[in-house]
Design a binder for this molecule. Structure first.
Ligand code: UDP
Ligand code: MG
Length: 315
């Protein structure tokens, strides 16, 4: 019987310190899973350090190692998409190079798909140990808010680390949007997913590429990509303002008729003006966010550009 192939996609951005450790760990796992064939796809996301040459060395040594090297840094979402699009396996898994997605979970994940009949297995961190508390706080709130607003379910603590059947992968790559928010896309395509929980693991080496602001921007991207609820905010606030001002007008008319009209109220008027124009700007900003995304989407720019692959090496 032909062995089933597992494609392991690893997105790498400045990961020279972690790649050798990752590869070693991965080899241990492949030895454990003798009934499967493997393919490793390292996606070099425009690294500025020695990452690419390390990957090339691996590709020379090990025929199962493939790579895609981008012409510049396109971001992890693009790297994952490129990997999925190029993977040839019957099963595909996405992993980080820093061993925060433990390869040792792979046998268990495969067993869930094969024995329990799920289409994909995702992983979830139940703790956020080792993460700055402020980051965890905002992350928690982000998931609460987005799940209220969006029909697509976002699982708190879900990692990008998952194992999928071919059909799931094909569905994901059929979604060719430019502004990619994977957590949402994986939920959007549906299929039966089981979540395995594990304790947060610290990065083995190197540093995280995600600053706090990068995460905030990413969160906004997720909201804009998966819900249009903020757009109705303008209408709701508008109606609310109309009602309040109508009541206020009636109140003032009655007050003037009964008590006469002593001039005053300059400071309160300025406050009201500032408040209302603030709300107007906020709503315009929200509309602007959606417009900007639509603008980028209509350009149909490629999600990633490949400069070099293992085929160039093995010519
Ligand atoms: N990564 C990438 N492109 C980027 C940023 C990160 O391919 O622009 C990769 C990175 O090399 C790593 C994974 O995405 O394999 C997760 O990044 P990191 O560990 O910095 O994020 P964290 O685990 O702290 O959320
Ligand atoms: Mg990490």
């Amino acid at each position: 019987m032909k062995k089933e192939k597992i494609s392991v996609i690893v997105s790498c951005y400045n990961e020279e310190q972690t790649i050798p450790i990752f590869y070693k760990e991965m080899i241990t796992v492949t030895k454990e899973m003798k009934d499967n064939e493997f393919e490793f796809i390292f996606v070099n996301d425009g690294s500025k350090d020695n990452t690419l040459s390390l990957i090339k060395d691996l590709a020379k040594k090990d025929k199962r190692v493939r790579f895609l090297s981008f012409s510049r840094n396109f971001g992890k979402e693009s790297a994952m998409f490129a990997g999925l699009e190029n993977a040839t396996g019957d099963y595909v898994t996405l992993m980080d190079a820093d061993l925060q997605d433990p390869p040792s979970m792979l046998p268990e994940m495969l067993a869930v798909i094969k024995k329990e009949g799920y289409d994909s297995v995702g992983t979830r961190r139940v703790t956020r140990k080792g993460e700055p508390p402020i980051r965890s706080f905002f992350a928690r709130w982000f998931y609460k808010i987005i799940n209220k607003m969006s029909k697509v379910e976002m699982v708190d603590g879900a990692r990008d680390y998952r194992l999928m059947k071919r059909c799931v992968v094909d569905s994901i790559i059929s979604l060719r949007e430019y502004n990619r928010y994977s957590k949402g896309l994986f939920s959007f395509v549906g299929y039966d997913t089981k979540w395995l929980e594990y304790e947060n693991v610290k990065r083995v080496a190197g540093e995280t590429k995600w600053s706090f602001w990068k995460l905030v921007k990413y969160a906004i991207e997720g909201i804009v990509a998966f819900t249009t609820a903020p757009l109705s905010l303008a209408s709701i606030l508008g109606i609310l303002m109309c009602i309040i001002s109508f009541i206020a007008i009636i109140g003032i008319v009655i007050k003037t008729l009964v008590f006469g009209d002593p001039v005053g109220g300059w400071p309160s008027m300025v406050c009201i003006l500032l408040f209302v124009s603030g709300i107007q700007l906020l709503c315009m900003g929200i509309i602007g966010q959606y417009l900007a995304k639509t603008y980028l989407e209509t350009k149909k720019r490629p999600i990633y550009i490949v400069k070099e692959t293992e085929k160039d090496l093995r010519k």
